[in-house]
Structures are given as structure tokens and as C-alpha cells.
Design a protein around this ligand. Structure first.
Ligand code: PHE
Length: 486
């Protein structure tokens, strides 16, 4: 048996063993309640549980409309006009217009005419003033207590907003056999604590108290308050996972040079991704001057491998290309600069930041998106460490199944593609690998560096179950309100 509320207990105990149909008023008196809502709710609950039966009958009734309410207080229009005419027997239409509202005088005369008043020589006249008075009297009485079977009902129904017909539902309750079979001990009212207050906790009362259970299956209204955008909330969550895993956050500019964005990462200068079609080069600043020593090192590495064992890419390295301004195409441009500034201190660093690529917008592409980037530099850092770090991260995000596949990036060796399983399918979320000597040696980095870069929006699509990336940024309020708290 479901737990009965106190009002339900009281109502059933009161109504039990009486075969009659209980009206709302009788229930209120018998239960000593003033609030109808309590009785109705208890009756409803007991009916749902099969202890009462609710009988509903509906009746048509008439109530006053907005004009009727006014008439009940100030008098009907015809009554007010008639009084005026009687106390000013010589009054004319003009006088009426001067003493009544514009919208009243015209219709008012119409009403009086209907009662036998005429206009003669500009003045009001009637053969039978007392009949006019008594008809008005009758109408006034009707307005004071309107009813549906009265002969004046039709008359008032034809007038604007004087009366309204309403459907009245009246309820009665009878106790069912089940309801009668509950013992009165089971119907004793218990004091249950619905709210846990500091006072309650400070006193010892809570030890003896009974607590009202919550019914979490009930419909409840959604509180609508301000909240973070789901992307922001996701970023916060990722940030706290990396912080928890001992990483520190790196935040840097998105205006960068081609040198740091590509050359430092041993991306050949004729690589297709560097073309204007793929990268946003800047007019302002068109050129960002780089340290000549840095340029010379990259030149050596790219052309013949510098001091490393690499043979480089061959060809002619251009310092002008290196110093071109662009919008970063990946956040690796920032982690590599961090390493250049801190080449010897072991570190774990991450960044969650915006990158830019000349993509045409479609279901899975945006020209502006975010990457989740990270590096681990320490003696003995290796592929196993890289993979287990990524697995730990995705497991904390709620994706325990992660796999890696061989891939290619000019700056890592070996290189990996990271995939997570989602709804039975493997989805590619990013790249990873160990930085090549061509990248680390010119910068004086001695320890191995594990690095990865993943798409944030891709992950957001998984987390939010989206099949269109654009949904994240169209500011659809209804959609935003209905997103889960991340
Ligand atoms: N920078 C790569 C990208 O933008 C990802 C990556 C980062 C790959 C670090 C390997 C190492 O897709």
C-alpha cells in the first residue's frame, strides 16, 4: 500500500463506514478543513489508490460577466438613465450625453425605448412610468441573483458581458470496500518532517522524527535559471579532469607565425595544409619578425636535417614564409612554444583553445573550433604512457572504450589516431604521438614528449548526442535550456 498523506488519512478515517455520498462541503466540515484544495487533493489521492470513488456531475450555471459585476454595484444602465430622467423631467438627449459616458447614452436610450419610453419634442415620455420602473426593478433583481431558468436569462444573454454561462462540476465521494477495510490505526496521522532545517538538526528531534519521502517519479516543473552554455560547461569539465590528472593549463594567443605553427613542427613548407585554401593568413600583421637564430635552425633542419640524423625535406627553406602572420590552425603551436621556453623542466601541460581552418561549414565542420591539446615531457615518457593518459581522460569523460590506430603527422613518430566507441561505432577524435627529433632537438628539448590534439566540438557532439555541429553555436534558446547539466 502506498504511503497515505495526512490529509488522506484524515479524510478516509472521517468518511469510513458511512455509505453516503459526501459533498465537498460536508467533507470540509467533517474534517475540520477550511481549504477546499486540501480536500480535493486528498479525495483525488484516495481515489487513485482505490479507497474512494469520485462521482462527478456537471451543471450549467450562470454567473455575472465583467459588465454584470459593475451593474450589480452601480446599477444597470437603463436603471441609471431612468433615474436621471425621472429626477430631471425636462432633460433632453443633450443632457443625457452630458451626464453619461458617450458609449452609454446611445445604447441606454435603446434600452429605455424597449421599455416603452419615447422621445417627444426632444424630451422623454412614457404612458406608463410605473411599468418602466417595475421592469427595471425586475432586471436589477436578476442581476443581483442571476439564474439559468429565469425568464430574463434570454434577455441578458443577448447583452454584452452581463452574464456568462459556466459549467460547474460538483463532486461527491463514496468510500469503497477497500477503503472501509483499512483499520483506523493505519489511518492515524503522523507528523512527518518535510523540510530539514538547521534548527531541526541542532535539536535532537530529528532522531525520533519521521521523514516525508520524496516521490521522484512525479512530474515536476523545470527550474529555468541562468546557466553556462553547454560548450563552456564542457570546457570546465575537461579542464577539471586535466587539473585533477596533474596537468597545468596553458593559454596563449591565436595570432601566430607560420614558423611556429608549421616550421617548428617540421611541416614541410610545401605541405598542402599550408595553402591559402586551408589556412587563414593575415594582412595585419602580415609579417611577424622571428629570431634569426631560430630561423637558421629551422632552415637547417628543413633543408638537410641540421645536426639531427634526419635528412630534412630538401629544397629551399624560405624565411619569409616562416614569418607570415596567421590564425593558428592547431594548438600544438602553443605547446611547442611552451617547450621552447622550458626545454629542460619535465612538464604536463594542456590547453583548450580556439583554432581556425578554412573549412566550409557543414554538419561536421566549422572554420572556427576548439582543440584539447596536451603534452607530457619527462624522462622515459613513452607511447604506453601516452595511450594510458588518453584512456584515463576519456574514461573520466564517460567513454571507457578507446583505441588507437597508426597515423601520420610530420611532427610525431610514431603517430596515432585516437578513437572512442560511441553507440557501437568507433569515432575518430584526434591525433597523438611522440615529437620527432627534428622538432625537439633544435629547441634543446632532451626528454621525450608525448603530445596529442583532439577536437572539442567532436567530443561535444558525443556528449550532447548531436548529429550537427552547428547546433552548438546557433544560440537556440529552447535547445540550450533543455541541455543536460554537464
Ligand atoms: N595538431 C594535430 C591536429 O591538429 C593533432 C596532434 C597534436 C597530433 C599533437 C599529434 C600530436 O590534428
Amino acid at each position: 500500500m502506498a504511503e497515505l498523506t495526512n490529509p488522506e488519512r484524515r479524510m478516509l478515517r472521517t468518511l469510513q463506514n458511512d455509505n453516503k455520498k459526501w459533498t465537498l462541503d460536508e467533507v470540509l466540515v467533517a474534517c475540520e478543513w477550511d481549504d477546499q484544495a486540501i480536500a480535493v487533493a486528498a479525495g483525488h489521492g484516495l481515489t487513485n489508490q482505490g479507497f474512494l470513488k469520485t462521482h462527478e456531475t456537471s451543471n450549467r450555471d450562470v454567473i455575472l460577466g465583467s459588465e454584470g459585476e459593475k451593474a450589480a454595484v452601480d446599477g444597470l444602465l437603463e436603471s441609471r438613465l431612468w433615474q436621471f430622467i425621472q429626477s430631471n423631467p425636462d432633460s433632453t438627449m443633450k443632457d443625457l450625453s452630458a451626464n453619461f459616458e458617450k458609449h452609454e447614452a446611445g445604447p441606454g436610450i435603446g434600452l429605455l425605448k424597449g421599455l416603452g419610453v419615447t422621445i417627444q419634442g426632444g424630451k422623454f415620455a412614457t404612458d406608463n412610468p410605473s411599468s418602466v420602473s417595475s421592469k427595471i426593478e425586475e432586471r436589477t433583481e436578476y442581476i443581483l441573483s442571476p439564474s439559468i431558468d429565469h425568464e430574463l436569462f434570454e434577455h441578458f444573454k443577448g447583452r454584452k458581458k452581463l452574464i456568462e454561462v459556466v459549467e460547474l462540476v460538483s463532486r461527491t465521494w463514496t468510500v469503497t470496500e477497500n477503503g472501509n477495510s483499512i483499520t483506523s490505526e493505519d489511518l492515524e496521522e503522523v507528523v512527518k518532517v518535510a523540510e530539514i532545517t538547521p534548527e531541526l538538526l541542532q535539536s535532537d528531534d530529528w532522531k525520533e522524527a519521521q521523514f516525508r519521502p520524496y516521490d521522484v517519479s512525479l512530474e515536476a516543473s523545470m527550474p529555468r535559471s541562468g546557466r553556462s552554455h553547454p560548450m563552456q560547461a564542457l570546457i570546465e569539465r575537461i579542464r577539471s579532469i586535466f587539473l585533477e590528472m596533474g596537468f597545468s593549463e596553458l593559454v596563449d594567443d591565436y595570432v601566430q607565425t607560420a614558423g611556429w605553427n608549421m616550421d617548428s613542427l617540421f611541416i614541410p613548407q610545401d605541405h598542402p595544409a599550408r595553402e591559402m585554401q586551408d589556412t587563414f593568413y593575415l594582412d595585419e600583421p602580415k609579417k611577424i619578425t622571428l629570431d634569426p637564430k631560430l630561423l637558421a635552425d629551422w632552415k637547417a633542419i628543413h633543408e638537410y636535417g641540421g645536426d639531427t640524423e634526419s635528412t630534412g625535406w630538401g629544397g629551399q627553406f624560405s624565411e619569409d614564409i616562416s614569418q607570415k602572420g596567421l590564425l593558428r590552425t592547431h594548438t600544438t603551436v602553443n605547446t611547442i612554444q611552451y617547450l621552447a621556453q622550458n626545454p629542460t623542466d619535465p612538464c604536463r601541460v594542456f590547453a583548450i583553445d580556439r583554432v581556425f581552418r578554412k573549412e566550409s561549414i557543414d554538419r561536421t565542420h566549422l572554420p572556427e573550433f576548439h582543440q584539447i591539446e596536451g603534452i607530457i615531457m619527462e624522462p622515459g615518457a613513452n607511447l604506453g604512457m601516452l595511450v594510458s593518459t588518453l584512456k584515463t581522460f576519456y574514461a573520466k569523460m564517460g567513454y571507457p572504450e578507446v583505441r588507437v590506430r597508426p597515423a601520420y603527422f610530420p611532427y610525431t613518430e610514431p603517430s596515432l589516431e585516437v578513437e572512442v566507441k560511441w553507440r557501437g561505432k568507433w569515432l575518430e577524435l584526434g591525433g597523438a604521438g611522440i615529437f620527432r627529433p627534428e622538432v625537439t632537438e633544435p629547441l634543446g628539448i632532451k626528454d621525450p614528449v608525448c603530445a596529442w590534439g583532439m577536437g572539442l566540438e567532436r567530443l561535444a557532439m558525443l556528449v550532447l548526442g548531436l548529429d550537427d555541429i552547428r547546433q552548438l553555436y546557433i544560440s537556440d534558446l529552447e535547445w540550450l535550456r533543455n541541455q543536460p547539466i554537464l
